[in-house]
Design a protein around this ligand. Structure first.
Ligand code: ARG
Length: 514
């Protein structure tokens, strides 16, 4: 049905103002009224299209749609905290946005694979291992490891031998030395246990966590191939790959023989291609790594590690800023403890009136996620508790509250087969919902296409506002007539379903009661 206008081959859009119609396109086309289209009107070069009430009503029971698999595969690289370092707020953004994109693509019928590219390899482990051994500590908590790392750099300023010792330790690690491996393994386990507490709070489970260390052996192959194809070049004792259009080449092997973050990303790309042959790979990583990904994507194309049809995307999310515009940090300038922020959100949800722990968790964590996702991915976010937890306005609690409202209405009626006559005369508030809710499907598609979950947030917020306006003005259970009652219940049910599904795509729970 929808095809009839979609097949026109014109660029359809929703007019800026609803009194101009439901759809419009520039130019003229011969559109006949059908079971979807009520009428058209030509104004100033545009053709405006109005949809039929019957069609709008039919959509209430169709959205959200059950979609077939589309035969495409998407791999998403997200979260990716670093071992022996705190789970930062940037990793939080990556986890939240990454999970939303994961869900959205899955909804659209993609085969989706999530991969947590843990930072568990690299020369920094040489420094840590050296410090652990020389201080004979057995405290491997992230907090302590972080201290050791800082301590190392302090001491290394006057002691030239430290860097050398660290390189040796990394070298031992790469060569598979028993003691080095044992210590490294312990650090990894400790850190993962801490990260898991955060994932548990966030309700996030990532399909895979190969991590950088997984590519240890695979890097050797990459380096060999890059040499053999004469793509890698010697440069001041190092091995680099030039990338067309970029001044700085990718560092494949450092002059001391160590591999790099980029070497591992190349091996990762090769592996993902061979393993899943994806149509698209999304890297949900901050904008500060823009150069790194340009180098990796460019070098991988040169090496033939990604097939022609594979799209590579770096989402480039922005930073979190304090209300005074500085990078989000504690008073002492240290990075914020993420777990404390999440616990604080749960506490604040209790103050909003969520009594039981489960609801408070859903609302508190949901608020943090929604606040993040409602921003454009690439913009910086000013963190403001008032806005995060607001019960009014474009916030998680507001949407959850609206959903709970729909459920409390529905809880008072039996069954859910509501009958609506097409001759029914809609009031403007009912009409406003009907003319909005069917757009859900296209919004999800656009959110995927543009890697922009905020589009979905905007849609849901508008839907909730329309529902609340309707709710405040009209009686549902005590409607004037049976047909009004039936229609309003049908609307309530549909709004509830779309809110729940939409929030679900954003990774946010929708409790029946708040
Ligand atoms: N662990 C890295 C960091 O914290 C992010 C990894 C992103 N993914 C990747 N394939 N490079 O900066």
């Amino acid at each position: 049905m929808q095809k009839s206008i979609k097949e026109l081959g014109v660029k359809l859009e929703h007019p800026a103002r609803e009194e101009w119609g439901d759809w419009a396109f520039y130019g003229e086309g011969n559109i006949q009224p059908d079971d979807m289209i009520e009428r058209t009107e030509k104004v100033g070069g545009f053709t405006n299209i109005w949809l039929k009430n019957e069609w709008l009503i039919s959509q209430l029971s169709i959205v959200p749609k059950k979609r077939e698999k589309n035969g495409k595969t998407m791999v998403i690289d997200y979260s990716a905290p670093n071992i022996a370092k705190p789970f930062g707020i940037g990793h939080l953004r990556s986890t939240i946005i990454g999970q939303a994109l994961y869900n959205v693509y899955k909804y659209l019928g993609y085969e989706v694979i999530g991969d947590n590219h843990l930072g568990d390899w690299g020369t920094q482990f040489g420094k840590l291992l050296y410090m652990i051994e020389s201080t004979k500590t057995d405290d491997l908590s992230i907090e302590h490891l972080e201290k050791l790392y800082v301590e190392f750099h302090k001491r290394a300023e006057d002691d030239k031998n430290m860097e050398k010792a660290a390189r040796e330790w990394f070298w031992r690690l790469e060569k598979g030395d028993g003691r080095a491996r044992e210590l490294w393994q312990k650090c990894v386990e400790q850190s993962i246990a801490e990260f898991d507490r955060i994932y548990e709070l966030l309700g996030v489970k990532i399909d895979n966590a190969y991590g950088e260390s997984f590519y240890e052996v695979r890097m050797v192959v990459v380096i060999e191939e890059a040499k053999k194809k004469q793509i890698a070049k010697k440069s001041l004792g190092a091995l680099v790959i030039e990338v067309p259009g970029l001044k700085t080449p990718l560092m494949l092997v450092k002059s001391d023989g160590a591999t790099t973050y980029a070497t591992r990303d190349l091996a990762t790309l090769k592996f993902r291609q061979e393993m899943w042959n994806p149509d698209i790979i999304i890297y949900e990583v901050g904008t500060e790594q823009a150069m790194h990904f340009e180098q990796v994507f460019g070098a991988a194309r040169r090496l033939g590690y990604v097939s022609e049809h594979t799209k590579l995307v770096h989402t480039k999310h922005g930073l979190y800023l304090d209300t005074d515009g500085k990078k989000f940090a504690t008073r002492e300038g240290k990075s914020i403890k993420l777990e404390e922020v999440l616990q604080e959100a749960i506490k604040r949800a209790k103050k909003l009136g969520c009594e039981d722990d489960e609801t408070a968790k859903a609302v508190g964590i949901g608020a943090i996620k929604y606040f993040d996702l409602s921003h454009n991915v690439q913009s910086d976010i000013v963190f403001d508790w008032e806005k995060v937890m607001a019960l009014e306005g474009n916030s998680g609690p507001y949407l959850q509250y609206t959903f709970a409202r729909t459920q409390s209405v529905l809880a008072k009626v039996q069954g859910s087969m509501f009958n609506v006559q097409s001759t029914y005369k809609f009031n403007p508030e009912e009409m406003a919902i009907l003319r909005w809710i069917y757009r859900f499907e296209e919004v999800v598609e656009e959110a995927a296409e543009r890697f922009a979950p905020n589009l979905l947030c905007n849609f849901l917020f508008e839907l909730a506002q329309r529902y609340n306006t309707f709710y405040n003005k009209h009686s549902i259970l005590q409607a004037e007539s049976t047909s009004s009652r039936e229609l309003r219940l049908l609307i309530t049910e549909a709004v509830g379903k779309v809110l729940k599904t939409g929030l679900g795509l954003l990774g946010i729970e929708a409790p029946d009661r708040m």
